[in-house]
Design a protein around this ligand. Structure first.
Ligand code: MG
Length: 340
């Protein structure tokens, strides 16, 4: 069977379908992910970890379209889990990879996704230690769903969503809303402004630089994925029992993202990012951490956008450029489905 034939599609069940997938896994998936041979595959991987504490997380990725400006579902599935580990100050070490593939997915598409996963894992210096592939019938999944779990090694200081403290400065590492708008525009085939690219990126080296500069003064880190900045800061004020006041004029949003959000009826503060974080940093260390962020390629546009307040508890206030104050609510419902 010629699995390099570009007309081939993933097929369900026995016979040619099962044999084809097996051949694909052996000849293409395993080499793309790290060069293991099928003969050497054990039932479970064994991992060597030296840290006293490990961070462990899981996430599933269902983005549609599978390929979008700036990334694809494969790199997203690696970055998303690496970033969740990074938010606890952990060095990402191992990922698991689960693929749920819909019958009929072109083999070429699967090949591109798997190569992207392998490249992203190498870029992040993480090992894909175990995995699983299932093919389901037409309509039982939409093209492909990916699950990644991740294990990372914690350092001496573990930032927490419960640790934001009144007086902390609120920092972000760059422009907001890029990923969600890039996916929406690719999906709707909207040509309403110049191209917007997803910001999908692994944040662990940026976090490493922030922790080196600020140490224990970096109280809280949150990646701004689904629900964007609005969800991130609302989750922090609820968990830490504090309030946050943000200055809208200081929150970076690309003009083309702001314009697209206006057309789509969205707030750029509630749109998903895949390479952005918010940090709560003690005031005496904030400028030093900000400088470390700006010296990193993924933090060039970092800025301070507000401050943690003692009151009102569990509330995010937004000062607008025209001098009014409004409450930045937790985004209600599923505003943007299938964004990650
Ligand atoms: Mg997260």
């Amino acid at each position: 069977m010629d699995i390099s034939d570009s007309s081939q599609k993933v097929a369900l069940g026995h016979g040619s379908g099962g044999a084809m997938m097996q051949q694909f896994i052996t000849e293409q998936l395993l080499p793309a992910l790290g060069g293991q041979s099928a003969e050497g595959l054990e039932d479970a991987a064994t991992l060597s970890i030296s840290a006293a504490d490990i961070a462990f997380t899981t996430d599933s990725f269902t983005v549609q379209p599978l390929f979008f400006p700036g990334g694809d579902i494969g790199s997203l599935a690696v970055h998303g889990t690496v970033n969740d580990l990074a938010m606890r100050g952990a060095t990402p070490r191992y990922l698991s990879l689960g693929l749920i593939i819909e019958e009929g997915l072109p083999l070429d598409t699967l090949r591109r996704i798997v190569q992207s996963i392998g490249q992203a894992a190498r870029d992040c210096d993480v090992i894909i230690a175990c995995g699983d592939t299932k093919v389901v019938g037409r309509g039982a999944a939409d093209a492909i769903f990916i699950n990644t779990s991740g294990i990372g090694e914690c350092g001496d200081h573990i930032p927490s969503v419960t640790a934001a403290t009144p007086g902390d400065r609120v920092l972000v590492n760059g422009t907001l809303g890029d990923h969600g708008v890039a996916v929406m525009m690719a999906r709707e085939d909207l040509q309403i402004s110049s191209a917007v690219e997803s910001d999908t990126a692994p944040l662990h080296t940026l976090v490493g630089a922030m922790l080196e500069a600020g140490g224990e003064a970096v109280h809280t880190l949150r990646d701004l994925t689904r629900g964007g900045l609005a969800a991130g800061v609302n989750e922090i004020v609820a968990a830490s029992g504090v309030g946050i006041t943000l200055e809208a004029a200081t929150i970076p949003v690309r003009p083309e993202v702001g314009g697209a959000c206006e057309v789509l009826g969205l707030s750029p503060y509630a749109v998903a990012n895949e390479g952005k974080l918010v940090a709560m940093v003690a005031p005496e260390a904030a400028e030093k951490v900000l400088a470390a962020m700006r010296a990193h390629p993924l933090g060039r546009n970092a800025c301070i956008i507000g401050e943690v307040a003692a009151e009102p508890v569990a509330t995010v206030r937004l000062h607008t450029p025209i001098g009014t104050t409004r409450i930045l609510e937790l985004p209600a419902g599923e505003l943007l489905p299938r964004i990650c």
